[in-house]
Design a protein around this ligand. Structure first.
Ligand SMILES: Nc1cc(-c2ccc3cc[nH]c3c2)n[nH]1
Length: 230
């Protein structure tokens, strides 16, 4: 998978050189390229924003640099059209199912906005170059798209075959089966007078599977009843 990220703060993404995603990049499983939007400006001040038509507070990202960036990043001939993602508080909510959908795509482009957002015509133009999806991480407001992009890249990247050593570990996770995950324990069996549940020490695999499922359902019922079917 190739992922192109465009941002006016490219160094935000330095952390993606670490750990599993760093290894995936080194092995070539994941080709992640981070671009500075200002590289597609032509004025001395490398301007990327301007005042909003219709008035209002703050600034809006100019369409010209985005248009040139998208043209260049989609110009490689061959292959399917990319999925072009713009983090946005006004987007669809990014969920595990979204990550699974995106993990099978060949080419993702993630455009990180700042200020009050990106000129709307950029999304319209981008739709002539690929599938456009405005994505929200949740109902809270960030200062820009970079943190959301990092989260999405990690959530998608870890699902690419070969990135996570043991694919089994991708199965029993929160949200993979629609429920929150069960609690985990490791040695010592008693810690600060707190013992590990006996069932986990019993060696009775059937009882352990049942207990874990009960824990998933109970946790989901108390913490995320919205995830349970009606
Ligand atoms: N879920 C969520 C996304 C955002 C977001 C995304 C892009 C920009 C650009 C300027 N402000 C932004 C905020 N906030 N919250």
């Amino acid at each position: 998978m190739r992922v192109d990220v465009v941002s006016i703060f490219p160094s935000y993404f330095d952390g993606l050189e670490l750990s599993l995603l760093g290894k995936a990049r080194a092995s070539g499983i994941l080709e992640l390229r981070v671009h500075d939007l200002r590289d597609w400006t032509s004025d001395r001040h490398r301007t990327v924003d301007d005042t909003p038509y219709g008035g209002g507070a703050g600034m809006v990202m100019k369409p010209e640099p985005w248009g040139l960036a998208l043209d260049e990043l989609t110009s490689d001939a061959g292959g399917d059209a990319p999925t072009i993602i713009f983090p946005s508080p006004a987007g669809e909510v990014f969920r595990q199912a979204t990550a699974r959908q995106l993990a099978v795509r060949e080419h993702l482009i993630i455009g990180c906005g700042r200020y009050e957002g990106i000129d709307e015509r950029v999304f319209e133009y981008a739709a002539t170059l690929g599938e456009v999806r405005l994505m929200s991480l949740g109902d809270y407001v960030l200062n820009g798209g970079e943190v959301a992009a990092m989260a999405m890249i990690e959530a998608v990247g870890r699902l690419i075959p070969g990135v996570v050593g043991n694919p089994e570990s991708l199965v029993e996770e929160s949200h993979e089966d629609g429920l929150l995950e069960y609690p985990s324990y490791t040695k010592p069996s008693t810690w600060r007078e707190r013992a590990v549940p006996d069932v986990l020490l019993s060696g009775n695999h059937g009882a352990i599977v049942s207990w874990r499922r009960e824990q998933q359902i109970e946790r989901t019922r108390t913490r995320r009843p919205d995830l349970l079917p009606e």
